[in-house]
Design a binder for this molecule. Structure first.
Ligand SMILES: C[S@@+](CC[C@H](N)C(=O)[O-])C[C@H]1O[C@@H](n2cnc3c(N)ncnc32)[C@H](O)[C@@H]1O
Length: 317
């Protein structure tokens, strides 16, 4: 664990995003085996534990060393909990999952503590080193990547993961700016972007999309999501539930298409009247679920949260 990342015990009063909907979706059985692939502050995990009996098991994962230290403290006092540090993309490699799972929860993106702690370098509001790694003990930081990537690569990342329309202009400006001085601080990057694109009259900071894009790229978030969904489906038992909370359209599109492709036959082609054999492996539950007004008021971050739920079907071998 790095300096400044002391273990802070999860705040029991913290209600995570879409908590009630997630608990309804998982339908926790008292003797079931569940995996929370994004432990964070453990809010959802605590809800699962409250519903599990003594024979139940809760497996938790996170990439973040602070989240894992908190999860380990929980596991030390609750024998039903097992912890593994790493990406949920690799959940299938954990022997604890081999017996099959009754439910998998992925609450994607960054946690509030990650955003709030300036030293983690995710936030343009709290100045800190330009890091942005969920696992800040391995891989390349945002500052290291911005120091070496060429203009085209930077523009592609801003466009692909942030849908930033001014991606080329920003990339050109960043490459010019780093020739004067390395870009190493979050406030410095935010200010550079604002100076290139103007502050505009919009509600969001002009660097919002770029920060999101760089974070998704640095943490390989969409790649992990695709692999994690495949791994979860492979480990779910028939009747097991998959619940995924997304925070932006790129993530939600992947989850929506993953479920749709396994729950519904592909649309027919009028010019090719060939019967397509299709055996569904998932049943979609309830479509897209969002936070209600009261939750959005209490927790503005829940405004962009979308929960999708699916149940694994019994499929003849
Ligand atoms: C939105 S928070 C989860 C909050 C949590 N549900 C709670 O109740 O406190 C997302 C967490 O997932 C972790 N995370 C994001 N992507 C991950 C991945 N691919 N594998 C493992 N952990 C990941 C982040 O480090 C962060 O701690």
């Amino acid at each position: 664990m790095t300096a400044g990342s002391a273990v802070t015990h999860a705040d029991p009063s913290h209600r995570p995003v879409l908590w009630t909907q997630v608990m309804d979706a998982l339908r926790v059985r008292s003797d079931g085996r569940y995996l929370d692939g994004t432990y964070g502050r453990g809010g959802h995990a605590r809800g699962v534990l409250e519903r599990l009996g003594p024979a139940g098991r809760l497996l938790v994962m996170d990439k973040d060393p602070v989240a894992i230290a908190n999860a380990q403290a929980l596991a030390a006092s609750d024998a039903r909990v097992a912890v593994r540090r790493g990406s949920f993309a690799d959940l299938g490699a954990w022997d604890e999952t081999a017996a099959g799972l009754d439910g998998v929860l992925l609450d994607l993106g960054v946690s509030s503590p990650q955003l709030d702690e300036a030293a983690r370098g995710f936030s343009f509001r709290n100045d800190g080193p330009l890091d942005m790694r969920m696992d800040n003990e391995s891989g390349e930081s945002a500052a290291q990547w911005l120091a070496r990537a060429d203009e085209r690569e930077i523009a592609d990342v801003l466009w692909t993961y942030g849908e930033e329309k001014l991606s080329r202009k920003i990339a050109r400006g960043l490459v010019a700016a780093r020739q004067q001085a390395p870009i190493t601080r979050t406030a410095q990057l935010a200010e550079l972007i604002a100076s290139m694109v103007g502050r505009g009259a919009g509600k969001i900071h002009p660097a919002t999309r770029s920060f999101q894009a760089i974070r998704i790229f640095i943490n390989r978030e969409l790649d992990d999501l695709g692999r994690g969904l495949d791994a979860a489906l492979a480990r779910l038992k028939p009747g097991g539930r998959l619940a995924v909370i997304s925070f932006h359209s790129g993530e939600d599109r992947i989850v929506k298409q993953f479920i749709a492709a396994r729950a519904r036959p592909p649309a027919g082609n009028r010019r090719l009247p060939v019967a397509i054999e299709f055996t569904p492996t998932l049943r979609e539950i309830d479509g897209a679920q969002r936070a209600d007004d009261a939750e959005v008021e209490a927790n503005p971050r829940s405004r962009s949260a979308v929960l999708r739920v699916a149940e694994k079907l019994e499929v003849a071998a």
